[in-house]
Design a protein around this ligand. Structure first.
Ligand SMILES: O=P(O)(O)OC[C@H]1O[C@H](OP(=O)(O)OP(=O)(O)O)[C@H](O)[C@@H]1O
Ligand SMILES: Nc1ncnc2[nH]cnc12
Length: 172
């Protein structure tokens, strides 16, 4: 199935010069969405994955059905101040300023094998912070999976040592 064809491109959103990859057209199509999740689940099956983790908001869209398909738990990685119990946090640099992501401290057992999932790899700042956060909390990153990779932004360079996969690629 041609998943790329289902992703809508909006030029100059949210600011001039950005070619925005809009996944709402993909997830809005039931058979396409189901096939995508089934394909990703097939690749992860047999890898002894204990949990799927993904950052809000778009990481939830793909991570939750994938966890359901595999029959494993989902660990939400949230922006600061959203999780009610005790958390582990990481602060990372953005183009301007910084951001903090958190997970619940008790969301998995030490040594759990966790597959990280997000919709898109751009600079890699978000996902490398997620990987460090999981490791800080004692988890092992089994794989890192994206629907979309913007290869020209070299986000993969920040994920050295991990098994990284993407379903469709664009340069920018
Ligand atoms: O590789 P990076 O340069 O870090 O960019 C990729 C991240 O940016 C987007 O999320 P965004 O922060 O826009 O949040 P959203 O999912 O809530 O829309 C996207 O969903 C990734 O998580
Ligand atoms: N070009 C892009 N399209 C959609 N989401 C993004 N997040 C970061 N860059 C993006």
């Amino acid at each position: 199935m041609d998943f790329k064809e289902k992703i809508r491109i909006i030029e100059d959103f949210p600011v001039e010069g950005i070619s925005f990859k809009d996944i709402t057209t993909l997830i809005g199509n039931g058979p396409v969405f189901r096939t995508l999740i089934d394909n990703m689940a097939d690749k992860l099956r047999g890898q002894n994955i204990d949990y799927i983790a993904g950052p809000e908001a778009r990481g939830f869209i793909f991570g939750v059905p994938l966890a359901y398909a595999l029959g494993v738990g989902f660990i939400p990685i949230r922006k600061r101040g959203k999780l009610p119990a005790e958390t582990v946090a990481i602060t990372y640099d953005l183009e301007y300023g910084s951001d903090t992501l958190e997970i619940h401290k008790d969301s998995f057992e030490k040594g759990a094998r966790i597959a990280l999932v997000d919709d898109l790899l751009a600079t890699g700042g978000t996902i490398s912070a997620c990987a460090r956060l999981i490791e800080l909390a004692g988890g092992e990153i089994a794989s890192v999976d994206f629907i979309i990779e913007l290869t020209g932004l070299k986000g993969r360079d920040k994920l050295d040592g991990y098994s990284v996969e993407s379903v469709v690629q664009y340069e920018f």
